[in-house]
Ligand binder design. Sequence first.
Ligand code: PLP
Length: 358
Amino acid sequence: AYNFSAGPATLPEAVLRQAQAEMLEWHGAGASIVELSHRGPEFLQVAQEAEADLRALMSIPDDYAVLFLQGGATSQQALIPLNFAAPGQKADYVLTGHWGKTAIKQAKPYVDVNVAASSEADGYRDVPERGAWRLSDDAAYVHITANETIHGVEFRDIPDVGDVPLVADFSSSIVSEPLDVSKFGVIYAGAQKNLGPVGVSVAIIRRDLLERAGQPRADIFTYASHASKESMLNTPPTWNWYLAGLVFKWMRAQGGVEAFAASNQRKSALLYDVIDGSGGFYRNEVAAGARSRMNVPFFLKDEALDKPFLAEAKAAGLISLKGHRALGGMRASIYNAMPEAGVEALAGFMRDFQQRNG
Ligand code: PLP
């Protein structure tokens, strides 16, 4: 089946096959890679290659640390104010959907959150224009959600916020297209959409920010400590890190982020064309310039058709299309690992379903 789940999401079949082949014994080591010490030569090589491959894929400058951490993106949302803001300092948040809300919720105990701009009143259908943002004079950072996984709203340009570090949640769009990392203070992402299995998060942090005092906190919640120990301050999620490393190698073999950017553009355009060309049978209300290339939420004109749509899609081998409970309707998540053939099959099914029910 083609799996349109938003995360955990489909992984490249080649990656799963390789993991299966290597699961029982790691290259003559006498044990599986999940059974070996994270400090042993076998895993250290896996870890170092994964970091090098991600650096190459994203052209990450040397003055950025790359961390592989336990905890999901939500944990990063709490660690960011703890590490980068002084107690009670202001931090600016631009709210464009559900995950921006969770970022604010996690930050509120630690910082004076200023919602610099929000599309909430409009049902999160657009990214507020940069000119309308009300940034604070003395913010510790500006936080955005690069791609809102539930609402299907994506920043298509990196906003200019001057000298204040831009912190961005890229959980659902990291490595989906070339990105100028140097425009950001921090990029973070849970792995379970574009990077691999859930259980590891990636944080890419400009090194000067690691020197900020932040707030009183335990060492284990300190990015600088993780950076100084190369993400081995405690036992890292080795299996997840290994699988993410396989995804990075697979991506490089497929032509890197440039190749995925082109295919992601084609895939998302195909679905939006079906929706927009359906004469209102399908509906996506996000402003054209802010539509996500990764998550395509859509509604059927008659809610009574939702159940048959999902059942027939499943029978056609198209699974996990039910929209998030916060929004209802449908959602097709089409990350890097979703082949174009899967999106073509969905587009064909949608046209056919409309013909039979329109
Ligand atoms: N941010 C975004 C954009 C997400 O899509 C998600 C999860 O789906 C999260 C944050 C939360 O991630 P986690 O469940 O790994 O904490």
